[in-house]
Design a protein around this ligand. Structure first.
Ligand SMILES: [Zn+2]
Length: 241
């Protein structure tokens, strides 16, 4: 295994551990993937392990053609292959795809109006959230074309009646974006639950907030990532093994 793959394995394992800490795991059912640099392959969790059990060495290496290159007692999650292989295969600018079924994310995905700019968390991504209609469990490769088309140029997609996807030019970017979007969903659901009238900021305020967090700059999350790794290295360093 090359140094580049080894480095991605360590970072992706860290991402799984952090996702577990954030409470984003849904038993064994969702997935996070990262591209193997210079190869037609990506890394993903073996089907059957919890996010908290992922290590650098137990991640599956999967070719974009569906070949599993890593011997494992666990299989490949078919829906995970369809979603992650489809998006990473079609978008060479993306290094990482993160998919969750958090309660707040699924709740917002079920709302006709989708994610509303009710908080800064949401306004950071104003106009940059894509939507994909639910078609059943994503086990049919034909759905890939529509997943890719619906994502368009964006890096965030709400899977209606299903959950959230964030993509990153780095693993850190996918992680910090999911954190913000999930918080945006949580705030929206909490505010709506009160039943009180909601204040919607004007378009100018939304645009200024989006520009502040513009996606044209360097990938987000480098400083946050360093902080997260310090914590993991202190408290659960086995993710590197
Ligand atoms: Zn899912």
């Amino acid at each position: 295994m090359g140094n580049a793959e080894r480095a991605v394995r360590v970072d992706l394992a860290a991402c799984y551990r952090l996702a577990a800490r954030f409470g984003w795991a849904d038993v064994i059912y969702t997935h996070i993937s990262a591209r193997v640099p210079g190869e037609d392959a990506f890394l993903m969790n073996p089907y059957g392990l919890g996010f908290h059990e992922i290590t650098a060495s137990n991640l599956l290496k999967v070719g974009f053609d569906g070949t599993v290159h890593t011997p494992s007692e666990h299989g490949l999650n078919r829906a995970g292959f369809v979603i992650h292989g489809g998006l990473l295969g079609a978008r060479p600018d993306l290094a990482c795809v993160l998919h969750t079924h958090t309660r707040d994310g699924v709740a917002v995905s079920a709302l006709k109006g989708g994610l509303l700019p009710l908080s800064q968390f949401a306004m950071f991504y104003w106009g940059r959230v894509a939507y994909h209609d639910y078609e059943g469990a994503a086990t049919d490769e034909a759905e890939r074309v529509r997943l890719v088309a619906d994502l368009g140029p964006h890096r965030i997609m709400i899977l209606r009646n299903h959950g959230l996807i964030t993509c990153g030019r780095t693993i850190a970017e996918a992680l910090v974006t999911m954190d913000q979007i999930n918080k945006a969903c949580a705030v929206q659901i909490a505010a709506m639950r009160t039943g009180a009238e909601l204040t919607m900021p004007g378009e100018d305020a939304c645009r200024r907030t989006e520009v502040y967090a513009s996606n044209d700059g360097p990938p987000a999350g480098a400083m946050e990532w360093a902080m997260f790794l310090r914590t993991l290295d202190r408290e659960e360093p086995d993710y590197r093994t």
